[in-house]
Write a protein of this length. Sequence first.
Length: 197
Amino acid sequence: MKTTPSDVAFTPTVKAVQARLGSRKGYARMEQQGGWATEIDADLAAFIAAQRSFFLGTANAEGQPYIQHRGGPRGFLQVLGPRTLGFADFSGNRQYISVGNLEDNAKVHLFLIDYAHRQRVKVWGTARVIDDDAQLLARLSVKGGGKVERAIVIEVTAWDANCPQHIPQLFDAEDVQAALEQRDRRIAELEAQLARR
């Protein structure tokens, strides 16, 4: 029986392993303080809005896991409510593994990582595939995202932001290009000021 939100991941077996390997006391203290968050706060909403991609974990009826990268313009993963996320499912390779898995098993896991700032967020929830709600599809459609085939809406069970340890610091080429252009503009301004003296 689940008593704290972190029980979505910390099953009795996981807790036994934690006890055996020495981390259970620390996580028990966290659970006594309420465990992981279940509502999307302003910080998480801002983090989500800044992301261009995330990884979506599903599992089929036999429990076989599947991880899929989901990408799009910033803001394509949207906060729809205090415990609800949604995104437009753009046309892709037409394998439909995630969509098929969700027909058998609604449980999902989202893994969001910001390499530049070395931050990551894990989200557990249940998902629904919606392909007949024109208003929702229009709301989730974003410029530059591609053809929308359906919406996927996730009811958040729990989420956790954890440490930056071992996350390599990487930068998007687009962000590097913008920084270089800004630097070049500033150099040109300074050179023009020097030339006027």
